[in-house]
Design a protein around this ligand. Structure first.
Ligand code: NAD
Length: 329
């Protein structure tokens, strides 16, 4: 039974750009579970074929090494284009600043072109970073943000802001059925232990018995969403007729110091906390206003921080002990 989108249209085949990344791989798995054929396009810049290795034997799944800034050509019908390709962690986008700007601009333009050609629904994976270091708290979708375009994080924030503008223009001027999701910090299995984001960094350090490096005084806040909840939210938006932008994230706000303490406890570790310098333009607070997701999509997070953390720690324990899997060519 194909997934039903927007009461009228059936989703039989989806293209997921960035499908071999952390979020993309979970999304590919969920779509396949729902009976949707999936074509994953990824250049493996920050993702890895290992993330989708378990899906390769599924008849409905294909993964191609593909840089969406070159061009996007797909043969056959496509009902849904989910555009997730982009470096996403500060470590990654500071290492690949030009690639980040290019995938947010040229890559988004190509992905929108594919949706237009196939008359498919298009979903842009945007980010809470479009709010920058916010002066409104929590952040509703109506807030325009507080972003420094020439600061180090500008490459990511402005690429996503441009991508949102391009997506909106394709909706109004090119007749493409588009949606924008603003994703807040998400965690779970398949994050890279070295991607620099708080949860995987702390888990890696705690499991190794190393000091946990908390930036600043640790009183800055984050609200982290477990990946299964996030994927459910993305699909709810993709299958609705809503254009967004819609925030998807967990409004449960914690200080970074508390996240560190909970990770130490969940890992059964004796690590201590070491305070280090705070990165430039690091946001002081971050919490989604999720009223719109609740009203329009009936979406709310279900997995508690404690449960999500336990599942993540269990995955990291296995992954860090396992030998590296084969590479896809
Ligand atoms: P990720 O780095 O794990 O995945 C991104 C994927 O995109 C990788 O597999 C990478 O190889 C691929 N990619 C990058 N450039 C590409 C290109 N030019 N062509 C083809 N593939 C390319 O990151 P993620 O955490 O899974 O994030 C996925 C998306 O969600 C990103 O667009 C990100 O901005 C957004 N997002 C994520 C979070 C989060 O907490 N994880 C928060 C906000 C927004």
């Amino acid at each position: 039974m194909p997934l039903i989108r927007n009461r009228a249209a059936h989703v039989r085949r989806a293209v997921v750009t960035g499908g071999a990344g952390f979020l993309g791989s979970h999304l590919c798995g969920k779509l396949l579970e729902e009976g949707v054929e999936v074509l994953c396009l990824d250049n493996f810049l920050t993702g890895t074929p290992r993330n989708v290795e378990h899906l390769l034997s599924e008849p409905g799944f294909r993964c191609l090494r593909y840089d969406v800034t070159d061009f996007v050509h797909v043969s056959g019908p496509v009902d849904l284009v989910l555009h997730l390709a982009s470096p996403a962690s500060p470590v990654d986008y500071l290492r690949f600043p030009v690639e980040t700007l290019n995938v947010g601009s040229i890559g988004t333009w190509h992905a929108l072109g594919l949706a237009r050609e196939k008359q498919a629904r298009f979903l842009l994976a945007s980010t809470s970073e479009v709010y920058g270091d916010p002066q409104v708290h929590p952040q509703p979708e109506s807030y325009w943000g507080h972003v420094n375009p020439v600061g180090p994080r500008g490459v990511y924030d402005e690429a996503k802001r441009y991508a949102e503008a391009m997506t909106t223009a394709y909706r109004t001027a090119r007749g493409v059925d588009t949606a924008i999701v603003r994703i807040f910090n998400t965690f779970g299995p398949r994050m890279r232990p070295d991607d620099g984001r708080a949860v995987p960094t702390f888990v890696r350090q705690a499991l190794a018995g190393e000091p946990i490096t908390v930036t600043g005084d640790g009183l800055q806040t984050r609200s982290v969403c477990y990946v299964d909840d996030l994927v459910r939210g993305i699909l709810a938006l993709a299958l609705s007729g809503e254009p967004g932008p819609v925030n998807i994230g967990n409004p449960h706000e914690m200080t970074v110091a508390r996240i560190a303490e909970d990770v130490i406890r969940a890992c059964g570790s004796s690590s201590t906390v070491r305070f280090v310098d705070r990165p430039v333009d690091d946001p002081q607070v971050r919490r989604p206003d999720t009223a719109l997701a609740r009203e329009r999509l009936g979406w709310e997070p279900r997995v508690s921080w404690e449960d999500g953390l336990a599942r993540t720690v269990a995955w990291f324990r296995d992954a860090l002990a396992a030998p590296a899997g084969p590479e896809l060519t």
